[in-house]
Ligand binder design. Structure first.
Ligand SMILES: [Zn+2]
Length: 435
């Protein structure tokens, strides 16, 4: 298992993740996904969407707005309950979560203990104003979770898609929490992306569906290559359950910072739909045609972080080995997740015929698989670069290629090389990558 520094360094060096606003000295706990990071992250989202929407008869998607009616956050309990008790140091002005103050820590100002205020409730929602007037009537919040957009669209989706219980709605989107102690690279940030499902079931079937979703979601990570030893399920203790939850289980990953939450799967009962029914005055029940009764559905919520999943896939794929007395770093990413599927490399960049043939192959591949052309170094170095970013295959055009019209295809994990006729390269690689 690599340490976090190794991953942060690889991410920066190879264009996966940069510190946000770096030319201005950075902006606390904000990160930008670079050219390869955005490919990887998009692939994570695509794999999730395929698994939970495209492949399922009982699921549909949604893309709700980030700014929503402020009363939603009253109904959801976020205005009243989404608080952390905070204390401030009067001397150094640092702010801590009241339950996380280290009594042995020295204050940088007084050189003694911090001079702490009484604990105050600090709401973690980002507040803003909508429109030109910054008064209380114009207050809005950046959503602290994507879930509420699903609840308030329950009727719209159910009616337009003619869905019967059980069915679910999936959504990927940004959420914002003013965390006091963010950190550990992209693990905890104030702006993050969620992939959330609200799965609506008949009351009484909720516990069974909860079990099924825990198993399904764990399986998803395994199928995308996460090592089983690095995953575990952790049940929430009764005192750590959110105010709406009957039961919650986390899928945890063995991050370099230790076992930490990758995804939470909660039984939210009928809390949210009930709250929105009361606060909006709209009846958010489902009419069961079989029993002629109105049902307030229960909700199972698998809620994963895109950034955390991306980080876990990076950590899990990272490998170092010694090949011919040299260290080889290779990202053994699943083929669906690898940011680039193929790199086309000319053995000699000063031979126009070789360069032309290589560029032609890259152009032919582009409509089918993500692909790059690179001639900026010697072949050994080019291979190492591609291994380090997880590219599945390298296609090398050499002097022989001009004669026998064949190229070398090298596989990332085994480094095995085979000669393939140029006329078959697209078909062969399509089959390997997409098949
Ligand atoms: Zn202090």
């Amino acid at each position: 298992m690599p340490d976090m520094e190794t991953i942060v360094s690889l991410c920066k060096r190879r264009g996966f993740i940069f510190q946000s606003s770096e030319v201005y000295g950075g902006f606390s706990s904000c990160w930008d996904y670079g050219p390869l990071g955005v490919e990887l992250k998009n692939n994570v989202k695509r794999a999730w969407w395929k698994s939970v929407v495209q492949m399922r008869e009982d699921m549909v998607g949604l893309d709700g707005s980030i700014l929503m009616h402020p009363r939603i956050w009253e109904a959801s309990g976020h205005v009243a309950n989404f608080n952390d008790p905070m204390v401030d140091c009067r001397a150094c002005k640092l702010r801590f979560r009241a339950d996380q103050v280290d009594p042995n820590e020295k204050c940088p100002e007084t050189k003694g203990p911090h001079d702490l205020t009484e604990a105050r409730q600090f709401n973690m929602m980002f507040k803003t104003h909508v429109g030109a007037v910054a008064d209380d009537a114009a207050v809005a919040y950046l959503r602290p979770e994507t879930a509420q957009a699903i609840f308030v669209n329950f009727l719209n989706v159910q009616a337009t898609m003619r869905k019967k219980l059980p069915f679910g709605i999936a959504q990927i989107g940004k959420a914002f929490r003013n965390e006091i102690t963010p950190g550990n690279f992209t693990f905890r940030t104030r702006e993050f992306e969620q992939m959330e499902i609200e799965y609506f079931v008949k009351p009484g079937t909720d516990e069974e569906w909860h079990e099924r979703w825990i198993a399904d979601r764990k399986q998803w990570y395994l199928e995308l290559g996460i090592k089983e030893d690095n995953l575990r399920i952790r049940e929430h203790e009764p005192d750590e359950l959110a105010h709406y939850a009957r039961r919650c289980a986390d899928i945890e990953y063995n991050f370099p910072i230790g076992w930490s939450e990758l995804e939470g799967i909660a039984n939210r009962t009928d809390f949210d739909l009930k709250q929105h029914s009361e606060h909006s005055g709209k009846d958010l029940t489902w009419f069961d045609p079989e029993t002629n009764e109105h049902v307030m559905p229960y909700v199972i919520e698998p809620s994963g972080g895109v950034d955390r999943a991306t980080l876990a896939f990076l950590v899990d794929a990272y490998d170092e080995e010694t090949v011919r007395d040299r260290k080889r770093v290779v990202l053994r990413l699943h083929k669906d997740l690898a940011p680039l599927k193929v790199a086309v490399l000319p053995l000699l960049r000063n031979r126009p015929e070789i360069v032309e043939m290589a560029r032609k192959i890259a152009d032919d591949l582009r409509p089918h698989v993500s692909c790059m052309y690179d001639d900026t170094a010697a072949i050994g170095k080019l291979y190492r670069r591609q291994d380090e970013i997880g590219t599945l295959y390298c296609v090398t055009v050499d002097v022989d290629s001009l004669e026998d019209k064949q190229v070398t295809v090298r596989e990332r994990d085994s480094m095995e090389q085979v000669r393939v006729p140029v006329s078959e390269v697209v078909g062969v690689l399509r089959e390997k990558v997409l098949g």
